[in-house]
Structures are given as C-alpha cells and as structure tokens.
Design a protein. Structure first.
Lengths: 363, 320
C-alpha cells in the first residue's frame, strides 16, 4: 500500500485549464473521496494519478517515487471505472485473472488468487459466467475484484456505483467500506454524491473549477465549510445562504436578512465580522421553528412543505428571503401557516460576500 | 410481448412482407437459373419454355474442367468401360477428352487454375485490406491526428471516381514495372481498392468500442499493443468479419481490371468464364456450372461469418 503525493499539479486541455495547482497528500491506507460537480477536475486528477492522463506540470509521487512520466502499466495502481469496463468476450474468471496474466504469473497461482478474491467478494458462483449475464451490482463486484486481485499499491475508483440504482448503491457503499477496512488499501474515490463522500471518506477533497476547495474529515467539511461553494455543495438539503447585515452593539446583535426584523443573537457570535458585506449560511437543521411566539423568534409564514417521511422540509418567508428549515414530520400543516422562526447562532456560518471565504471566529 | 397493432400497422406489415417476397424472387431467380442450368444436359439448357423438371446430371462439371473435342465415331466398348465415371459422361454427350498422345494425361480446361488465382488474389488482398484498415481505423479513432477529417476524406476520395477511368494508365504502369499478369499486381490493386472502404467501416466499429476497455488493460499492466491485441481486436471481430466479407466479395467479383491486367498466369475466374462463350458453340450448361462453382466461396464465407454479421455491437457489459 502506498502514500500518494501530488505537488503543484496543473493540467491543460488545449487552452482550458482543468487542474490549477493541485497539492494533495493521500496517506497510506487512507480512504480519500474527491467530491465535486461534473467538470470540476476530480476525474482528471484521478486519471492523472493512474497515468491515463498526462499532466502539464507538477509531480505525482507514489511511495516517494515520481511517477508522472511513467506509463499506467508501470504505476502498480488499479482503477475501477464507472462503466465497470468488463471485457465482454471473457468470462468473469478471465476478467479477474486478466491483470495477473500481464505479469505472467503461473496458472495455478492465478487460479488460487482469483478464487480468493472471488470468495472475498462473494462472487465465486459467477466465475464461469459472461459479464453480460450479470446484474449491475455483480458487475461492479467483478470490476472491484479485477482491481484487487493484483494487490495494487492503491485503488482508484471513478464513480464506481454511480450507474447503479439507489438501493443497490447503498448496499455497495457499505461493501466498499467493509472492503477498504479489511484490505487497508489506499483508496481514492471520485463522486459527485455528497452522501457517498460523507459515508465513505476518511478525508473529503472538495473540488471546484480545478481547484481544491477544502480537504478535511467529513465532519469538518460539513461543520466548518471553508467557503460558500463547499457550504452549499455538501449537505442535503442545501444550506440556506442570504445577504446579512449586522446591527447593534453590546450583549446582543441583530442579524437582518431580506429586510425583515432581525434575529437577535449573542454579540460574540458575530464579533469577528468586521462590517464588510457578508453572507449568512445556515443549515436547515439550525433553523428553528415554533408554533408560538418566543423570545428571539420572529413571526413568519410557511410557503412550502416537503414531507420526507422521517422529517419535513419547511420553507418560511423572512423578508424577501426564503429559509428552509428541517423539522419533525407534521410540524407545519401546509402553506400559509403562521409560525415563529429563529436561528441557532452557534451553527451560523458567515462568508465574505466578495470572496465567498468563510469568516470564522479565530477562537 | 403482446403488442397492440393498429389497422394501419397491420396493413403496413403485410405490404412489407409482400415487398420482401418480391425482392427475394428478383434476387434469387438468377441464382436459381444458374444453379439449375449447371445441372442440365446441354440439350435442355436453352429450351423454350425453360425446362423445370429434369434429371440432374454432372456432365457440365465434367466438361468444365477438361478440354474436349467432338467424337467422330462412337467410342469403342472396352475404352468406354475402362473410363472413369466423369469421362463416361463426356462420351455420353458425344465428346471426348483431349489427352496427351504420349502420356495419356488429360488436358485441363484451365478453369481450376483461374479459380485458384481468384482464391489467392481475393484471400490475400482481403487479409491485407482488413488488417491495414483496422490498424488505420484504430489510429484515427484513438489518437489525435492532425487534420484527421482531411485525411479521412482523402482516403474516401480514392473511391470517388469509377475505377475503370484509371484502367488505361494503370495498365501502362503495370506493364512498365512488370506487374502485368502477376498475382502481386492484382493483390496490390484490390488491396488499394478495398482499403478506403475497410478504413471507414472499421473506424465506425472501433469508435463503438469504449476506450475504457483499453484503459482498464493499460492500468492492469498491459502495453498499448497488447491492449489492442487482447481487447480491441476481439471486440472488433464483428466489424472485421463484416468488412472482410465485403472486401472479399468485391475482390472476388472484380471483372474489369482482371480482364485488362491479366492474360494467363494470374487470370482470375470472372474474365475466364465469359471467354468460354466465344470458343465454339456456347455450351450454356458448362458456363452455368463455372458460374455456380464461382458463387460457392462467397456463399460459404458469408455463411460461416453470419453470426458475426448479424450480432449487434451492443453485447458488451459497459454501462453508459
């Protein structure tokens, strides 16, 4: 297993820069998830590590050895494609054995290793079949088996379960996690699905426009997003963001959104804001609703209710803005209901309106 | 699946069936005509109205392979008895096989030599055109080629004028460089002729093979050439088979150049068969026998590859 290090990696496709100065260290045995929208450069980064894409400048090292000029075959890395990419003209067994044939291992060894991986993944009974006769989940298991059989230094996965249906995705997610724990393989996983990222990752790398936005543990990325992009990309439903003005001095400060009456918050929660235009970010679970007037709550009206079974998402009007709140199912009766709303000041995020960077208390 | 069909669809369906039957009749009648004439005795070959019911005979085939002359007087009994079955057929028809006076060896009609020439030239030129075409198509499909579209257009443009237009310059060139009436000459000609076709057809097939297959192989420790050999080629087999069938048919049936560029040594069957019409009284059943045998390789080749021709490209296990 291996430590992968990317230093100042840049990549141009013609005149378009898809990777801007990517610096990233993936520790031995770590599960890193690269998260971002399509076209953000996450897949390009992964393909660059694998050697399927050349980089314009920078270095990539695997276990201290520079590999950016090596061919994919010489990097000792395995890759799982979103399309699974099983060879249709070979049986499952031949597919899994294919990487072993490249190093010309003996047939008996090959068979033993294929068997072992198949047993590990629970696909022994599929070995004589053709890929076209497999279900989506089994195809993915075979693709992972093919990747693991050679005991590569690292396992790279490009949206490996993106093509599966929701239920199977959940199951495969758990399987991939179990597999990672059992094998302790250094894994880099690309996805646009933040739930996958949160549930699988030791560390999440959020990318946007070819730039790393934030690198950190899932809780950190969720609880302390480095900027507006990360804040809005991670978390479902999406974090509420609104222009905010801060008024008042002393023990209480007033947060005004959309020209409505302000929310009263303790002044130490906003004391680090220096008065420049800021945006307030607040996750729906930090928007508190009440059926009756309470201290610090302001009056509002529901505009939409989305029942989701385990909880409801309620939209409430605050001045010109709409805040989405997460509350227990059946809390709001329907549209146009009068409610009182407040914000949890300790879970409020502030971002610089111009740069989008997080304005965080230094304490 | 039970489908609900509207009245219009039912009518359309019937019209389509009728059209297919008509097309089949139009296409199969000449083949039936050749096949039936090839097994008719000479006397029945040109009757009006045509004879449909007859006792099939192999006499036309016996005649096809041999040089013969008219019998002046009936053949002697013991000679007839000693002759093999096919020679008896020829005697029965009032002819005798021309034999070498000293050795007694049979004089061949030359049909089999032409037939062999056809096989040699067609098989080799098909192999060359398909293999070069596949490699070229792979290159165009997988690598960035400067001016790719222009190159592909240039390759296609070699098919834009009727080949016969260049026949006379080709003839003069071939005579000058000594390729006239050689197998090599015809092989080069047919390969060049089929190459553009092979490149274009194969490009379509190779484009359909997802790059990820090769990328998977590259990551798994194979070189590009190995990946091509082990992954792309098996995946492209359907396309290769289809292209090979078409190239083979074109080379096999080619008439104009074969007529002009060959005279004896490398002459193929197509210019030979009609030349037999002119020598003596036309024996239509012998000509039909020659044509019938000539149809067989293409029929067999197509039959062997029919699965590849029919099977779609979408049998893979890739998700898009």
């Amino acid at each position: 297993m291996a430590r992968i290090e990317l230093t100042n990696v840049q990549k141009f496709f013609g005149a378009v820069q898809v990777l801007r100065d990517v610096n990233l260290v993936i520790e031995d045995g770590e599960f890193v998830v690269m998260l971002g929208q399509s076209g953000c450069g996450k897949t390009t980064t992964l393909r660059a590590i694998a050697g399927l894409e050349t980089i314009t400048s920078g270095t990539i090292t695997i276990d201290g050895k520079e590999v950016q000029n090596l061919k994919a075959a010489d990097r000792d890395i395995a890759f799982v494609f979103q399309s699974f990419s099983l060879y249709p003209h070979m049986t499952v067994e031949e597919n899994i054995a294919f990487p072993l044939r490249a190093v010309r291992s003996k047939q008996a060894e090959r068979e033993a290793e294929v068997k072992e991986v198949a047993r590990f993944l629970g696909i022994e009974q599929l070995l004589p079949r053709r890929p076209s006769a497999l279900s989506g989940g089994d195809m993915q298991r075979v693709a992972i088996g093919r990747a693991l059989v050679r005991r590569p230094k690292a396992l790279l996965m490009d949206e490996p379960i993106g093509a599966l249906d929701a239920k199977l995705r959940e199951q495969m997610r758990a399987e991939i996690k179990r597999l990672h724990i059992a094998r302790e393989s250094t894994s880099v996983y690309v996805t646009h699905d933040q739930v996958e990222a949160m549930s699988l990752a030791d560390r999440i790398v959020v990318m946007h426009d070819g730039l790393l936005q934030q690198v950190g543990a899932p809780e950190e990325v969720y609880l302390r997003p480095a900027n507006l992009f990360v804040a809005q990309f991670v978390g479902s439903p999406v974090m509420n963001v609104a222009d905010v003005t801060v008024e008042g001095e002393g023990t209480d400060a007033l947060l005004r959104i959309g020209g409505a009456n302000g929310f009263r918050v303790p002044s130490e929660t906003v004391s680090h804001l220096n008065g420049s235009p800021a945006k307030l970010g607040i996750r729906p679970e930090a928007v508190m609703l009440s059926h009756d007037a309470q201290d610090g709550y302001i009056e509002t009206e529901t505009t939409n209710v989305e029942p989701l079974g385990s909880h409801d998402i309620v939209d409430v009007r605050v001045g010109d803005e709409t805040l989405r709140a997460r509350c227990e199912s059946g809390f709001a009766g329907g549209e146009g209901q009068k409610l009182w709303v407040a914000l949890d000041p300790h879970r409020a995020h502030f971002f610089d309106a111009a740069s989008g960077n997080s304005l965080r208390r230094t304490a | 699946m039970a489908e609900v069909k509207t009245r219009g669809e039912v009518v359309l369906n019937r019209v389509a069936i009728v059209a297919v039957v008509v097309a089949l009749i139009v296409m199969l009648t000449p083949i039936y005509w050749i096949a039936s004439t090839a097994f008719k005795p000479r006397s029945l070959a040109t009757t009006v109205p045509p004879t449909v019911m007859f006792e099939p005979t192999l006499t036309p085939f016996a005649k096809l392979f041999t040089k013969r002359s008219q019998l002046r007087q009936p053949v002697e009994e013991d000679v007839y008895e000693a002759a093999p079955w096919w020679e008896k057929l020829i005697y029965d028809d009032g002819e005798q096989v021309v034999k070498n006076r000293k050795t007694g060896a049979i004089t061949s009609s030359g049909y089999w030599d032409r037939y062999k020439n056809s096989l040699i030239v067609s098989i080799i030129s098909t192999f060359l055109a398909v293999s070069m075409g596949t490699l070229t198509a792979y290159g165009f499909s997988r690598f960035k080629v400067k001016g790719e579209q222009d190159w592909l257009f240039f390759i296609l443009s070699t098919r834009m004028l009727p080949p016969v237009v260049v026949a006379i310059p080709m003839f003069l060139m071939y005579r000058t460089v000594g390729l006239h009436d050689t197998h090599l000459g015809l092989i080069i000609l047919y390969t060049a002729f089929n190459l553009s076709f092979a490149v274009w057809i194969m490009k379509g097939f190779v484009d359909e093979i997802p790059r990820e297959y090769e990328e998977a192989a590259l990551v798994d420790g194979y070189t590009r050439l190995q990946a091509f050999w082990k992954i792309v080629l098996p995946e492209a087999l359907t396309g290769i088979a289809a292209t090979a069938v078409f190239c083979f048919i074109i080379a096999w049936n080619e008439y104009a150049f074969a007529l002009m560029m060959t005279s004896r040594n490398a002459q193929t069957a197509p210019p030979y068969i009609p030349s037999q019409v002119g020598s003596g009284l036309p024996d239509w059943s012998v000509i039909a026998a020659g044509a019938f045998l000539f149809l067989l390789p293409v029929a067999i080749f197509t039959f062997l590859l029919r699965n590849h021709l029919l099977r779609g490209m979408s049998f893979g296990a890739i998700r898009k």
